[in-house]
Design a protein around this ligand. Structure first.
Ligand code: ASP
Length: 316
């Protein structure tokens, strides 16, 4: 018998961990527990600037959600990306896993599948999220002065649009659970980066980038600038490091170093990524790049605590 444990990204991960630990205490599987945790965060519109309904829309004011999940027992997985008007994209990802032979459905087709599966379409905005969009997004209508310098410190400057990320607009909850039978399960759900280009999809719904779970090696998840995480296949990289004998902590630190090396090769600074990992024995690890200020929630038994992740700077 393993001691059940759940870890989740960011301070709002506490909500996810509490829900997941209750599910594990009822004897539910790691996958069910992680899903219960992710849905608790998706359902909470008071978690501002973050996951699910009430979070920050794209540049056109549309809230599009991404999610995936993975079962460590079988490597079964499912995902949806760029889906609108669905309150629980993680539950929809589970339907993709269970009801189709596929892994990923996107956009309008994912919404059509949701309707076919009996999901309700809902208005995803809150007054607060719309007000914030009208006040802050870089290309808002009727802006009086040209948007000369919209990039916050740390924005990625390459490509057509700057990436707007700060410690205040992280949008992803990744939940990793280990159940009493020693199985691992994980869920990653997000509204993506605030004010993203319409159609942009980050790492979160991509198996191997935002999430990877394998009972024979470990589970890992990510948050931060999705483009940086996609480039290094962040979560699969960490799981493979654990398979090769690294601890969850060492594996997360190596992933941060790899992300730094990737941004250095492109001449883009700074890197903004964070990872967390859980091995089949219940050991946890987490690391982030500097200035990410990443904290994660850990639940064992009835205790839930918020821990700072180790910050990793670029190797000189
Ligand atoms: N990783 C997410 C994305 O790029 C954003 C986040 O974690 O805050 O869509």
């Amino acid at each position: 018998m393993a001691e059940p444990i759940t870890i989740a990204t960011w301070p709002f991960g506490r909500t996810a961990v509490e829900a997941a630990m209750k599910a594990l205490a009822r004897g539910e599987s790691a996958l069910d527990a992680a899903l219960a945790g992710a849905q608790a965060v998706e359902a909470d519109t008071t978690i501002r600037n973050s996951v699910g309904f009430g979070s920050l829309p794209d540049r056109l004011g549309r809230l599009t959600l991404d999610a995936c999940l993975m079962d460590g027992r079988t490597l079964a997985c499912g995902a949806v990306a760029c889906v609108e008007h669905i309150r629980h994209p993680s539950a929809l990802a589970r339907r993709v896993m269970e009801k189709t032979p596929h892994v990923l459905l996107v956009g309008e087709a994912a919404k059509w599948f949701a309707l076919e599966q009996g999901f309700r379409l809902e208005v995803p905005y809150t007054l607060e999220s719309l007000k914030e969009w009208l006040e802050k997004h870089p290309d808002r209508p009727n802006r009086e002065t040209p948007n000369k310098n919209p990039q916050p410190a740390g924005a990625e400057t390459s490509g057509a649009a700057a990436i707007n990320i700060s410690e205040f607009n992280h949008d992803t909850v990744t939940v990793l659970s280990l159940d009493a039978k020693g199985h691992l399960g994980g869920v990653c759900t997000t509204s993506g980066l605030a004010y993203k280009l319409p159609g942009r999809v980050g790492d979160s719904p991509i198996i191997g980038a935002g999430l990877y779970v394998d009972d024979t090696a470990g589970a890992a998840g990510a948050t931060g600038v999705g483009e940086e995480i996609l480039r290094i296949g962040g979560s699969l990289f960490i799981v493979e490091q654990m398979r090769a004998g690294k601890s969850p902590q060492e594996a997360c630190e190596l992933a941060c170093r790899r992300a730094h090396a990737a941004t250095a090769r492109r001449g883009v600074h700074p890197t903004r990524v964070a990872f967390l990992a859980l091995d089949p024995q219940g050991n946890v690890g987490a690391a982030c790049t500097e200035k990410t200020n990443f904290q994660y929630a850990v639940g064992r038994g009835e205790k839930v605590e918020l821990l700072p992740a180790k910050a990793i700077g670029p190797t000189p």
